[in-house]
Structure formats: structure tokens, C-alpha cells
Design a protein around this ligand. Structure first.
Ligand SMILES: [Zn+2]
Length: 297
């Protein structure tokens, strides 16, 4: 078992300088465990105490008097969350629900960082895992953690988890409230056979996909397919965790629907097919231009 957590490392000038925030937002160190320390403790990893201070938590705080004009343009959801004009509103919304928005610098550390040099196998494994995590919602720490390079759509996904926690999970526990859209969507998914966690995850993916609806951006279109496939994969895993003999007819139909979607639309094979088709079109158009006979004047 690990001993008590070390105090949060004081903010270094370098890390604070790296954060370029929209107006009226500041980042201050806060004494909440990083995801790195949280996972190390949860998995009983015997990581040296000194290494547990890997990364720090910087809470994003809004100037209470800040009044910003409505943004004239809303950038694509693949934009970095820390430079998105919706960030101030997101901080206020989360604070209103009772959660904090923090930059967790233990996420997406470069694999060449000192923590991953193979000095400690468990430590290296954790850094490798966290290099793939863009954002998370922690009910226990009552916060959303984002990396310095998280995209806006990733924050939308985690923001939905926080809203779900406050408006559905906690509301049901504390006192009955008037049903809201999230609750209705949740009940609909539960009726289709999803578990509580599976239904919540499906809803958050749906909100993330909606944020990525910008059709004028190729990056958003590519990201949308990847998020859609993640959504299908999570849904498939949720439903197939139920033993085959115990699955209802609705669950079986839902499993078939998702399997078909992954096989023909969102999965690795159709995605590769699309890439090959795009590359083929590009090559044939280049060959067409090069081979075109010059017209005489
Ligand atoms: Zn999620």
C-alpha cells in the first residue's frame, strides 16, 4: 500500500507559462490528486513517493466580474479546449454544478519524460496509459481533469458526465426532480438493455458527436468517425458483457445493430477502405494532370 500523498508541487514558472488562457481565466495550483497519483493508489502500484508528484493540478478560475461579449465565431470542436471561447462559460457551468475544472499535467506527458525512462516498470506503464488519456471526470475528486492539449469535444464529453452526475445520478439519490432531457435519454437507453454505466457513456458520446457536427472541417469529420466508433465499441462491450443466455431480444437486436455499424461504417476495416479510396482518387487525379497532353497554341 502507498503511504500518504506528498503535498502538491509548487507551480513552476515553465508550466504556468505554457498555459495560454482566454481572457478572464486564471490557473492556480489546487490540492487535488493528479490522475497519475489516483491510478497509482487505486492499482496499488509500488511507485516511489518522489515519482508520485509527477504532474500537478491547476484549477481554472473565472473572474467573477468578467463580462465577455458573445463570441462572433464558434471554432471547430477539435480546437484546443484551453483556447476555446466557450471555456469561461464551461468553468462557470461546472462550478455551478459543484465541480472544478482543472488542468492535470500528469496527462499526455511526453514518453521521453523522466518518469518514463524505464527506471520503474509500473511507473512507465502508467505514463504510457496516461499519454492516451485526454480528459476525465472524477466524481470522487469532484472535478474534470484535462490535458494542456485536450480538444474542446473531449471537454464536452466530460462536461456531460458532470451534468449527468449532478442532474440524474445525484438528483435521483437526493430528491425526485422533474425529468429532464438527460434523464429521459438515460431511461430510453436503459430500456434498450444498457447498464447504468453503459447508458451514461452512450449519452456523453452522443453529446461529443453533436459538438463535432461541423461539416466544413475535415479534421472534425475524421474525429467524428473515430468518436462514433469508440461509442459503438463501448456500447458493444457493455451489452456483450451480459451472458448470451441472459440477453433479451432487445439487447440481441442492439448488439447486431452495433456490430453491423462497426463492420460496414465506423470500424477499422471500413475506415481503411475509405483511406484507400481517397488515396486512389488523389493518385489518379495527379496521374491525370501529369499525363494530360499539352495543348498547342
Ligand atoms: Zn465517458
Amino acid at each position: 500500500m502507498l503511504g500518504p500523498m506528498p503535498p502538491a508541487r509548487p507551480i513552476s514558472v515553465k508550466e504556468s507559462e505554457r498555459l495560454v488562457l482566454p481572457p478572464h481565466l486564471i490557473a492556480e495550483p489546487v490540492a487535488i490528486q493528479t490522475e497519475y497519483a489516483e491510478l497509482a493508489a487505486a492499482n496499488h502500484l509500488s511507485i516511489p513517493q518522489a515519482a508520485l508528484s509527477c504532474g500537478q493540478m491547476l484549477e481554472l478560475r473565472a473572474d467573477p466580474k468578467a463580462t465577455l461579449p458573445a463570441p462572433t465565431s464558434w471554432p471547430c470542436a477539435t480546437t484546443c479546449a484551453l483556447s476555446h471561447p466557450g471555456l469561461l462559460g464551461m468553468v462557470r457551468r461546472l462550478n455551478g454544478l459543484g465541480y472544478r475544472l482543472v488542468v492535470d499535467t500528469s496527462l499526455r506527458q511526453p514518453l521521453s519524460a523522466p518518469a518514463s525512462r524505464g527506471t520503474h516498470a509500473a511507473q512507465e506503464l502508467l505514463v504510457r496509459h496516461l499519454s492516451t488519456v485526454g480528459a476525465y471526470f472524477s466524481q470522487r475528486r469532484r472535478c474534470i481533469g484535462i490535458a494542456t492539449d485536450s480538444a474542446w469535444h473531449e471537454l464536452i464529453h466530460e462536461g456531460c458526465h458532470a451534468t449527468f452526475d449532478a442532474r440524474v445520478r445525484q438528483a435521483v439519490k437526493n430528491a425526485p426532480v422533474a425529468p429532464e432531457a438527460l434523464q429521459t435519454h438515460y431511461e430510453h437507453l436503459r430500456a434498450r438493455g444498457y447498464t447504468e454505466m453503459g447508458a451514461e457513456q452512450y449519452i456523453c458520446h452522443t453529446h461529443e458527436l453533436y459538438a463535432l457536427r461541423d461539416r466544413s472541417s475535415t479534421t472534425a469529420a475524421i474525429r467524428r468517425v473515430l468518436v462514433w466508433d469508440n461509442m459503438n465499441l463501448d456500447a458493444y462491450r457493455d451489452l456483450t458483457a451480459i451472458p448470451p443466455a441472459e440477453r433479451s431480444a432487445v439487447q440481441k437486436a442492439e448488439i447486431r445493430r452495433i456490430a453491423m455499424l462497426r463492420r460496414f461504417v465506423t470500424g477499422p476495416a471500413p475506415r481503411l477502405g475509405i483511406c484507400v479510396a481517397v488515396a486512389f482518387c488523389a493518385v489518379t487525379s495527379i496521374v491525370g494532370v501529369v499525363a494530360k497532353p499539352r495543348s498547342s497554341t
